[in-house]
Design a protein around this ligand. Structure first.
Ligand SMILES: NC(=O)c1ccc[n+]([C@@H]2O[C@H](COP(=O)([O-])OP(=O)(O)OC[C@H]3O[C@@H](n4cnc5c(N)ncnc54)[C@H](OP(=O)(O)O)[C@@H]3O)[C@@H](O)[C@H]2O)c1
Length: 218
């Protein structure tokens, strides 16, 4: 199975790509970019950092990455819809995972913005009516994702209006050692999940930490 990550050259997409490509579960990753050369450069950097890992990882432009079996959108929140709309046809019938958070920093605090349609994921589903959109991976700090020496121990909240998208996204999460996917309900939950990222990042800013979210009792 191939996973394409649009905007995968940024810290978040690159971190997710590294973990999935290193998982050894047969998942190949295409790091997508507006510029295929930049994607190739990032892939080379990741390979140089982890020379002992056999990483199933390639770079491409976003359109080529969108041809993958599952597609993750890891652009800034306010460019997600513009990035995806021209790709709607190739994404039809596919699972598209939104990990974007609409946040703004004010000093030592992050504030959640309210995007059009209530959440980035809802806007993505609106832009891609023929795709099955899920929201996931919002609370994972990119630096820890990208560092294969860091043992992860985190829950990943997954929500979608499509059972198939929840199942496929859960499969991706569970492919990564130390992550546990939790079905958090319909895509309506994305607004709260995305907004709560502001609290997670603020905790990390104030406590100089790299905390992760873990739910007890489940
Ligand atoms: N950073 C984290 O710890 C973290 C954790 C979880 C979720 N997230 C979410 O994941 C998303 C990506 O985070 P990030 O920190 O990696 O973001 P980022 O570095 O700001 O952007 C990621 C990539 O998006 C592309 N991009 C930038 N501006 C664009 C535009 N106007 N149109 C289309 N593509 C554009 C760029 O790739 P090219 O120039 O190569 O096209 C860039 O490398 C965000 O929505 C963030 O909220 C972040």
């Amino acid at each position: 199975m191939r996973v394409g990550i649009l905007g995968g050259t940024g810290p978040a997409g690159r971190g997710l790509a590294t973990r999935l490509a290193a998982a050894g579960t047969g998942v190949g990753v295409v790091i997508g970019s507006r510029d295929a050369e930049r994607a190739a450069t990032i892939v080379a950097e990741v390979r140089d950092r982890w020379p002992d890992q056999s990483l199933d990882l390639v770079g491409a432009d976003n359109a080529e990455a969108a041809g993958s079996d599952i597609v993750v959108v890891a652009t800034p929140w306010d460019s997600a819809v513009d990035t995806l709309r021209p790709l709607a046809r190739v994404l039809a019938g596919k699972v598209v995972v939104s990990m974007a958070n609409a946040l703004v920093r004010e000093g030592r605090e992050m504030l959640a913005l309210v995007p059009p349609r209530g959440s980035v994921a809802a806007a993505v589903q609106w832009a891609l009516p023929d795709s099955q959109v899920a929201a996931a991976f919002h609370h994972l700090p990119a630096r820890q994702l990208a560092d294969l020496k860091t043992l992860l121990a985190a829950d990943v909240l997954v929500c979608s209006d499509h059972a198939e998208a929840t199942a496929a996204t859960t499969g991706l999460v569970d492919a990564i050692d130390g992550l546990r996917a939790l079905d958090a309900g319909s895509l309506n939950q994305a607004a709260a999940i995305e907004a709560f990222t502001a609290v997670c990042v603020t905790l990390n800013l104030r406590h100089r930490a790299h905390s992760a979210l873990r739910f007890s009792g489940i």
